[in-house]
Each structure stands twice: as structure tokens, then as C-alpha cells.
Design a protein around this ligand. Structure first.
Ligand SMILES: Nc1ncnc2c1ncn2[C@@H]1O[C@H](COP(=O)(O)OP(=O)(O)OP(=O)(O)O)[C@@H](O)[C@H]1O
Ligand SMILES: [Mg+2]
Length: 193
């Protein structure tokens, strides 16, 4: 990392639309590693919580349905939180999760601390993801992973972009000699396509 703070992709420091609701949760990466179910439990809780903001079945036009909102929030958050549990590698094990419901957007954010070396590698691979053809990248990573049950297959973010039309942003903040706090932001449209 050359600067104290670096931003990649579309990262909204302040919400660009009015905030209808905001909720946050702080957990620990070691707790999640101890019991992996805590990852899906946290994502499912926030997904269910926010699903009530969405119309049951087709009642209101222009919004995605309650079921679609719950499924998408749960899937995207699960990917983001899973990464914080897998990759946090410093004594600072705090994982912060925040959901913001904006007028037309669901904003999902997680933050965790990693070593500067890991942050550098992450930054490089996200530059590749943000600057490349995500469908081609997905296929080439899928091919490279064939037959291997890898922990770091590199398909998570690509799936969010390709299948959930998520806009991704990343903030890297150097908080110590060898510690970097990473914030990953996923913006998802909550209007009907
Ligand atoms: N929260 C994070 N902290 C540090 N590094 C991260 C974080 N999230 C992702 N990374 C890095 O970015 C890479 C890509 O993440 P992504 O979720 O796309 O794939 P993956 O976790 O490797 O595999 P999959 O999600 O398919 O199981 C990871 O391999 C890891 O190196
Ligand atoms: Mg992942």
C-alpha cells in the first residue's frame, strides 16, 4: 500500500440517496471460525430483518419482492461475511457488518483487518476483477479450480457481480505498522428490473 487510505471501485463514503434504515452488527472472525454456522446466521438475520421493508408478493409495484430481497441480501452478505472470517489474520478480529437501506439501493458493507501483505494481494486481485470481463474471468477461474476443493477459488465476488448485479467498492485503510482495515461495500438495486 502506498497511501494510508486507498479506494477501489464504486465506494460511497456517504450515501448518495436518502437513508430509510440502517443496522449494524459487530462480531469476531475467530468466533465465526469456531462455528461456521455463525456466518450464515448473521447474514440470514439481517436479510430477514430487512425483508419486511419489501412488499409481500406483488402488492407494490416497482420494488423487488420480500422473498427476492431476503434471498439476495442473505446470499450477498453471506459471501462478504464468509470472506472476513476466512481472511482476517491479525489480532484485531473485529468484523463490522452494516446494512443501509437507501431509496433505490440496498447497501451492504463489511470490514475486517488483515496484514498489509494480504491487503496488497487483495487489492491487486480486485483491480483485475473491476477492470476485466467478469464473465470471462469467472469461466477461467472455474476451469483453473476444476478438481480442486480450494478455499480461495476467487469466485465469490465474480458471482456477486455476474448473478446479483452488485456494484462493488473497496476501502483500504492502514491502521498500524502491518495492519490494514478493509471495507467492502456492495450496492444492489432494490427496484424491479
Ligand atoms: N474480507 C477480505 N479480507 C481480505 N482478503 C479478502 C477479503 N475478501 C476477499 N479477499 C481476497 O480476495 C480474493 C477473492 O475473494 P472471493 O470471495 O471472490 O473468492 P474466494 O473467497 O477466494 O473464494 P469463494 O468466495 O469462491 O469461496 C480472496 O481469495 C482473498 O484473497
Ligand atoms: Mg469468498
Amino acid at each position: 500500500m502506498s497511501n494510508a487510505t486507498e479506494i477501489l471501485g464504486t465506494f460511497q463514503e456517504h450515501p448518495a440517496e436518502p437513508v430509510a434504515s440502517e443496522a449494524a452488527l459487530e462480531v469476531s472472525s475467530t468466533d465465526m471460525l469456531q462455528h461456521w454456522r455463525r456466518v450464515s446466521l448473521s447474514s440470514d438475520f439481517l436479510a430477514k430483518y430487512y425483508s419486511f421493508y419489501f412488499p409481500y408478493r406483488e402488492k407494490a409495484k416497482g420494488r423487488i419482492s420480500r422473498e427476492a430481497a431476503e434471498n439476495s441480501i442473505s446470499f450477498v452478505l453471506n459471501e462478504l461475511i464468509e470472506n472476513t472470517a476466512k481472511y482476517s489474520n491479525t489480532p484485531d478480529t473485529a468484523v463490522r457488518v452494516r446494512v443501509r437501506l437507501l431509496e433505490r439501493t440496498i447497501q451492504l458493507e463489511v470490514s475486517n483487518a488483515v496484514s498489509v501483505e494480504l491487503a496488497d494481494g487483495f487489492q491487486a486481485s480486485m483491480r483485475e476483477v473491476l477492470g476485466g470481463n467478469t464473465e470471462e474471468l469467472y469461466l477461467s477461474k472455474l476451469e483453473a479450480n476444476l478438481g480442486e476443493a480450494r478455499r480461495d477459488s476467487g469466485l465469490g465476488f465474480l458471482t456477486l457481480i455476474n448473478d446479483y448485479q452488485v456494484g462493488l467498492g473497496f476501502k483500504f485503510e492502514k491502521t498500524g505498522a502491518d495492519i490494514c482495515r478493509i471495507t467492502v461495500q456492495a450496492n444492489m438495486n432494490c427496484e424491479e428490473a
